[in-house]
Design a protein around this ligand. Structure first.
Ligand code: DAH
Length: 339
């Protein structure tokens, strides 16, 4: 028995020393110490050993096991260490290499323009609210005084989801949604994406952005509207900017107007930028129609208000003197990083 153990030990140690990778060590471990291993077989044959001999043989078996395990462990550690060192050598970092440049993101001109507009109105005490882009026909048209069959409905080339649901063609439905909540007074702007079935060209896109404005309170007059939009225009385009209110028609406001500002390129003298007129159109506005107030649950005898709608892209194009709207959507970094 003793010789057999000596033999096992010698064989195991030799095989461990001959191992060059950790997998080989595992094989040796299984071969000698595993459930069906050689040392285990010796243990199983202990029953054939004379009882008085058993403690001695048992001790020998344990010693053999310990010797094999120790060498296995030691060799494994050595192997792992040298593998680690090998890897470290391979992965050595050259600290003298120039670093890779990280591309830092940049705010889109639309975003810059929107933040500017928000800053101006927040400064005047307005709240910024949002409404859904997929909207009920009811809010997009009906509650804005544009019933079925109204010619104004034809002017907006609408994307219909079904008969009752559309991709909103304007941010004006947010007016109706906010009024309906019944919390008065109201002083809000509602920026967001709108959709129209328009062909893409230098000034059109099927998806663009508007900023809606709405003020409802007691005794709000056209003078408040004019004053507010004058402040807005001066803040946005410069102190010397003048505004002009041209009569216009929108179904949900009465009276309605379009607002022009003096061309900030030529100061109103007329240039290529303003096509010689000295004026640039920037938004639509008006006093909220009493019927719209009524439909949204507000008493027009007690309350009045004004509304306006600005095209965000139009502001960005003007402010940064970009002459083609498509540039705003191409996401060419060489273009975007100029702003
Ligand atoms: N929703 C209008 C449009 O898309 C713009 C507009 C005009 C909004 C007058 C208003 C307004 O709130 O009072 O053409």
């Amino acid at each position: 028995m003793k010789e057999r153990l000596e033999q096992i030990k010698a064989e195991a140690l030799a095989q461990i020393q001959a191992s060059d990778v950790p997998e080989k060590l595992s094989e040796v471990r299984v071969k000698f110490l595993g459930k069906k291993g050689e040392l285990t077989a010796v243990l199983k044959s202990m029953k054939d050993v004379a009882p008085e001999e058993r403690p001695k043989v048992g001790q020998l078996v344990n010693e053999t096991r310990a010797a094999i395990e120790n060498l296995l462990e030691e060799t494994k550690e050595k192997m792992e260490k040298s593998i680690r060192e090998e890897k470290m050598k391979e992965e050595v970092i050259d600290v003298t290499l120039p670093s890779k440049k990280n591309m830092v993101g940049h705010r889109h001109p639309n975003t810059i323009a929107l933040e500017e507009v928000e800053r101006i109105f927040i400064g005047m005490g307005y709240e910024v609210v949002e409404g859904p882009e997929v909207e009920y026909d009811l809010y997009n048209f009906e509650k804005l005084n544009i019933p079925d069959g109204h010619p104004a409905k034809d002017e907006q080339d609408t994307f219909y989801i079904n008969k009752d649901i559309v991709l909103r063609t304007q941010t004006s439905p947010v007016q109706a949604r906010v009024m309906e909540q019944g919390k008065l007074p109201i002083r809000m702007i509602a920026p967001g994406r709108v959709f129209r079935s328009d062909e893409v060209d230098a000034t059109h896109s099927p998806s663009f952005h508007q900023i809606e404005g709405l003020v409802i309170d007691k005794n709000i007059s056209f003078a408040d509207l004019k004053g507010t939009l004058e402040v807005f225009a001066k803040e946005l385009f410069g102190e010397e900017t003048k505004t002009k209110f041209r009569p216009h028609h929108f179904p949900f406001t009465e009276p309605s107007a379009e607002v022009d500002v003096t061309c900030f390129k030529c100061g109103g003298k007329g240039c290529r930028f303003c096509k010689g007129s000295g004026w640039i159109e920037i938004l639509g506005c008006g006093m909220v129609h009493p019927h719209v107030l009524e439909m949204c649950g507000i008493d027009p005898e007690e309350y009045s208000g004004f509304a306006f709608g600005v095209g965000l892209e139009r502001i960005a194009l003007l402010k940064y003197e970009i002459d083609d709207m498509r540039l705003l959507y191409e996401n060419d970094i060489r273009f975007l990083k100029q702003f």
